[in-house]
Ligand binder design. Structure first.
Ligand SMILES: [Ca+2]
Length: 232
């Protein structure tokens, strides 16, 4: 109870509001906290950080909810997640095509610890939590860089796909062992031999070397069968 009183004083200072109003706010956080398995103090501390940054109470409540969900899933402290700027920029669960939602936890960089997938436009964002901070591990940046991941040859690979133009598809795969340690890359693509003739012949390339259609088809079949898309 003592801790909660401290958070009330803290929130009062952040909002400049009355004890009664802040008490009401905190009992609301109590419900949030129960749903999320957090403590009311954790939630209140998050809220007072947002309020100090000049957010309204309504915005703060939304932000607290999103960042607490993130921090609980990513297992980081809520104080640190409020300093992660991208959360304020993300449109979470609005149902719009470009909104984001919390996805699976997957070991995307093969180091034995799970990263967090935020599903969203162009494959969303893959987050890595370490040293109590959240890092952007990979992000889908557009139609020419659609993010997904593949479990291939016993490891997880990040994949960027481009399928924007008729007769042209390109795939870039990256394998990490730890988020800072890129250990392998793979590039394969198909393109028109004559780019003005969309009905014409195509050529297929793997890591800079031309391969046959059969080889290309076999490679694509194996990879696409193991691909997990994270666009919602
Ligand atoms: Ca990992």
């Amino acid at each position: 109870m003592q801790e909660i009183d401290k958070s009330i004083v803290d929130l009062q200072m952040a909002t400049g509001d009355s004890y009664t109003n802040v008490r009401k706010l905190v009992s609301g956080y109590n419900d949030f906290a129960k749903q999320l398995g957090a403590t009311t103090t954790e939630v209140s501390m998050g809220a007072s950080d947002w309020l100090r940054q000049g957010k309204s109470i309504a915005d703060t409540n939304k932000l607290v909810q999103d960042s607490m969900v993130l921090s609980k899933v990513a297992n980081i402290s809520s104080e640190d997640s409020t300093s992660a700027l991208y959360i304020t920029d993300l449109d979470m669960d609005s149902g719009e095509w470009d909104s984001y939602s919390i996805g699976e936890r997957v070991d995307l960089d093969n180091d034995g610890e799970n990263e967090l997938i935020i599903c969203g436009p162009y494959g969303g964002i893959y987050l890595d939590a370490r040293n109590n901070k959240v890092y952007e591990f990979a992000v889908g940046e557009g139609d020419a860089l659609v993010l997904s991941y593949v479990v291939y040859n016993g490891s997880t690979w990040i994949m960027y796909s481009s399928r924007m133009h008729t007769g042209y598809e390109a795939y870039h795969m990256e394998k990490f062992e730890g988020a800072d340690n890129l250990v392998a890359e793979m590039n394969f693509h198909e393109e028109l031999v004559d780019e003005d003739n969309v009905e014409g012949e195509e050529k297929y390339t793997l890591n800079g070397t031309e391969i046959s259609y059969d080889e290309y088809f076999e490679l694509c079949s194996r990879i696409f069968a193991a691909e997990v898309t994270t666009t919602k």
